[in-house]
Design a protein around this ligand. Structure first.
Ligand SMILES: Cc1cc2nc3c(=O)[nH]c(=O)nc-3n(C[C@H](O)[C@H](O)[C@H](O)COP(=O)(O)O)c2cc1C
Length: 191
């Protein structure tokens, strides 16, 4: 497959099947993804991998703590919580991605952007191996309490969780906004 087709055809996968994913494959793809990112800086990042039933359940519980502990959360029916937990723990693997921060905003943003590029490479390399992924940054995983639970340190920034697994069916792609719609010719005149 050409690189352009790979980029065009990769889809976010939200429904995984139960085929187990080898942890070694995940590490191999992450290594390859990092190797494909050209950087003169050292990119600072690390991952936590939840690939066992126990660790997936623990991670789901940490996320649910934030949801059910909130003011509105106590009104969420127990059945819905159980369903969420089952869906989450049924997913074969979760890669929690954490980036380092730098001495200033620019350095932190550069490093964060580099980690995001590596993750996009990771998604593409996974797709080549029929491994589907969902890059998740939902609000329920954006609290200080959750970060504390998973061990995000002072000089680190939570990037997101990549849920992964094999899949039976890929969804259709969504329409994209054309570049022209995001394009303004700068005239130099005052706005
Ligand atoms: C930085 C980033 C954050 C994302 N966060 C979420 C998220 O919180 N929830 C979600 O359902 N999808 C999330 N996604 C997946 C996108 O919604 C997905 O890429 C989009 O629907 C386009 O689909 P495609 O990847 O199949 O082209 C995220 C993707 C990126 C790159």
């Amino acid at each position: 497959m050409s690189l352009a087709s790979l980029i065009r055809e990769r889809r976010t996968i939200r429904k995984f099947n139960q085929t187990p994913v080898a942890e070694e494959l995940v590490v191999e793809l992450l290594n390859e993804a990092a190797g494909l990112f050209p950087s003169s800086d050292t990119v600072i990042w690390r991952c936590l991998y939840a690939g066992t039933s126990e660790s997936r359940t623990r991670l789901a519980d940490y996320m649910l703590e934030q949801m059910t502990g909130s003011r509105l959360g106590k009104w969420i029916p127990g059945k819905m919580i159980e369903l969420f937990k089952k869906r989450f723990t049924d997913i074969p693997g979760h890669v929690v991605v954490i980036a380092g921060t730098g001495p200033d905003r620019r350095a932190s943003n550069r490093n964060y952007a580099a980690v995001c590029s590596i993750l996009q490479n990771f998604q593409l390399l996974g797709w080549e191996r029929q491994l589907g992924m969902l890059w998740d940054t939902e609000p329920m995983m954006q609290s200080e309490e959750f970060f504390k639970r998973i061990g995000v340190r002072e000089n680190e920034r939570f990037v997101g969780i990549i849920h992964l697994g094999y899949f039976d069916k890929a969804p259709r792609g969504r329409a994209r906004t054309s570049a022209e719609k995001k394009w303004t010719v700068y005239t130099g005149r005052k706005a």
